[in-house]
Write a protein that binds this ligand. Structure first.
Ligand code: DLL
Length: 445
C-alpha cells in the first residue's frame, strides 16, 4: 500500500524533463520497444477481431515477431478500418474499461471513433506534459489553451497535459477571440496552445485592439494540428514575441503529444519512442524506407490498451532523423509534416502541398499572412489560384502588380502555375481552429 501510494505520488508530481526516459540511449529504447511491441501485438490479436482476421490473412502471428524489423511482415491499418468497425469494434478492452471516447469530424461519412482506458488517459497526460515541457513549458506556468474542447483531441489532450506538468490551465477552447486576449493578458499566460492559424488570428485581433502581447509575459507557443511553414513560425514569433514550437499528433494514435519539438533547436519533433514505433514507407509500394528518406509516416502504438494500432498509415508526409540533438533527447526526430497525401494537389503535372505555397508567400512584402487556395477544373486540367490578403498599408492600385510578382515568385520557386488574386484586408476568412486552406471548386463526381 505504502509503495503504491509513493509510486502514484511520483507519477503525478509536476515535471518538465525526465532525462531517464527522454535521453535513454537508443539501444535501450529499441529493447524497450521490442518488449512492448510483443505485448501490443498479442493484445491486439487476442482482443480485436479485425486484427485477428488481418494477421491470419497475412499468415503472421504475434509470436513471429522476434526483432523490430519483423514488424514489416505485419499488415498496415488505415482510417477505413476504423470506419468499417464503427463505432467501437476496434476496441481491445470491454466497454466498462473505456473511460473516454473522442472522434474525428470526418468530412465525408461517419466519424472515426477512438477510445481510452483510464491508464491510456494517464499515459496521454504524461506524454502531453512531456511534450509541453519539451516545447519550453514549465511547472507553475499559466497555460492558455485555445485548442477546441470536445470530440477533437486537442482541447482535452493539452488540458490534461498542462495540469500534469504542473501548470495552471485556462480552458478557453477556440473562438471568442476578444475574450481570449483579455484573459491572456490579465492572467499573464506564459504558454499559448492553439493551432498556428488561430494563434495568428489572436495576434491580429490583439494588434487591432492595441494590445501588446509581444511585450507581455507570453513566451511559448505550442502550435500544431495542421501543417504550417517556417515562414509562418517567423511571423508568429515576431508578432506574439514568443518561441513558436511545433507539436504533432493524431486521434487514431492518441491525440496531441505523439511528438514535439524542443524549444532549444526547433528542428524536427521528438517522436516519443517509448510509446510509439515510427516507420517511413513509400506511399506507393508500401515498402519501408531507409532512415532519412521522405515518405509516409506509419505509427504503431506500444502502450495503448483500449485502441492498439498496428502500423497505422497516417497519410502524413515527412522524414525521420536520428541525428543527435543538442537538447540531449535521444528520441527520433520527425521533420516538419509538410502535408498529407490526401491534401496533395496535382497542378499540370506538378505535385504541390498547400504549405509549400504558404512557405514562399508568407513574409512577401505588401501582403498579410492570410490566404486560401482554390482548385478548379478547366477542361481536363486542374488549376490553382491563391487568394491572398493585401497588407493594410498596400494601396489597392498596387494589387495587380503585386499579384503578378507573387505569381512569378511561386512559379520560380515551386514550379507550379498559380493564379494570384489580392484581396482587401479582412476578406479572407479567419481560422478558429484548423484552417481551411483549400477550397475545392471542382465539379463533384
Ligand atoms: O490534430 C491532434 C493534435 C491536436 C495535434 C493539437 C497537435 C495539436 P486529428 O484531428 O486527428 O488530431 O488530426 C491529425 O492533423 O494526421 C496531420 O495531418 C495533422 N497534424 C497534426 N499535427 C500537425 C503538425 C490532431 N504539427 C492530423 N503539423 C495529422 C502538420 C499536423 N500537420
Amino acid at each position: 500500500m505504502g509503495a503504491s501510494k509513493k509510486a502514484r505520488k511520483k507519477a503525478t508530481a509536476p515535471f518538465h524533463f525526465q532525462p531517464e526516459i527522454e535521453t535513454l540511449p537508443r539501444k535501450k529504447l529499441a529493447r524497450l520497444q521490442l518488449k512492448r511491441l510483443k505485448k501490443t501485438l498479442a493484445h491486439a490479436y487476442a482482443n480485436v477481431a479485425h486484427f485477428r482476421t488481418q494477421f491470419d490473412a497475412a499468415g503472421v502471428k504475434p509470436g513471429d515477431l522476434k526483432s523490430l524489423e519483423d514488424l514489416a511482415k505485419f499488415p498496415f491499418s488505415v482510417k477505413d478500418d476504423l470506419r468499417a468497425t464503427y463505432p467501437f469494434d476496434m476496441f481491445a478492452v470491454p466497454m466498462d474499461k473505456v473511460v473516454r471516447v473522442h472522434a474525428s469530424s470526418g468530412t465525408t461519412g461517419k466519424p472515426t471513433v477512438v477510445g481510452y482506458t483510464r491508464g491510456d488517459i494517464d499515459r496521454w497526460a504524461d506524454l502531453m506534459a512531456r511534450s509541453i515541457g519539451c516545447a519550453g513549458g514549465r511547472p507553475g506556468d499559466i497555460m492558455h489553451n485555445a485548442y477546441g474542447y470536445g470530440l477533437f483531441t486537442g482541447g482535452l489532450g493539452a488540458h490534461y497535459g498542462g495540469e500534469r506538468l504542473g501548470c495552471t490551465v485556462t480552458p478557453m477552447s477556440g473562438g471568442n477571440t476578444e475574450k481570449q486576449i483579455v484573459l491572456l493578458q490579465d492572467f499573464g499566460a506564459r504558454v499559448l496552445c492553439a493551432t498556428p492559424s488561430y494563434a495568428l488570428n489572436i495576434a491580429e485581433v490583439a494588434e487591432a485592439e492595441g494590445v501588446d502581447i509581444a511585450g507581455g509575459p507570453l513566451a511559448i507557443g505550442v502550435f500544431g494540428a495542421e501543417p504550417w511553414s517556417e515562414a509562418m513560425r517567423a511571423e508568429l514569433d515576431q508578432r506574439l514575441g514568443i518561441r513558436a514550437v511545433d507539436i504533432y499528433g493524431l486521434s487514431e494514435i492518441m491525440g496531441p503529444g505523439v511528438a514535439a519539438e524542443c524549444v532549444e533547436e526547433r528542428a524536427g519533433l521528438h517522436g516519443w519512442e517509448d510509446h510509439f514505433l515510427f516507420e517511413i514507407i513509400d506511399p506507393e509500394s508500401g515498402e519501408p524506407q531507409p532512415m532519412g528518406e521522405s515518405g509516409e509516416l506509419v505509427i504503431t502504438t506500444l502502450t495503448k490498451r483500449a485502441l492498439p494500432m498496428i502500423r497505422y498509415r497516417t497519410r502524413d508526409i515527412t522524414r525521420l532523423s536520428t541525428e543527435p540533438c543538442t537538447c540531449g533527447r535521444s528520441h527520433v526526430r520527425i521533420l516538419r509534416v509538410t502535408g498529407r497525401n490526401d491534401d496533395m494537389l496535382i497542378i499540370r503535372g506538378v505535385n504541390v502541398y498547400p504549405s509549400q505555397i504558404e512557405a514562399v508567400m508568407v513574409g512577401f512584402a505588401g501582403i498579410a499572412p492570410h490566404y486560401q487556395l482554390v482548385v478548379r477544373r478547366e477542361g481536363s486540367m486542374d488549376t490553382l489560384a491563391a487568394e491572398i490578403e493585401a497588407a493594410p498599408e498596400t494601396a489597392s492600385g498596387d494589387y495587380e502588380k503585386l499579384a503578378g510578382e507573387i505569381r512569378h515568385h511561386i512559379k520560380s520557386l515551386i514550379g507550379v502555375t498559380c493564379d494570384v488574386l489580392l484581396k482587401a484586408p479582412g476578406e479572407v476568412p479567419r481560422s478558429q481552429g484548423k484552417a481551411v486552406r483549400v477550397r475545392d471548386e471542382r465539379p463533384k463526381g
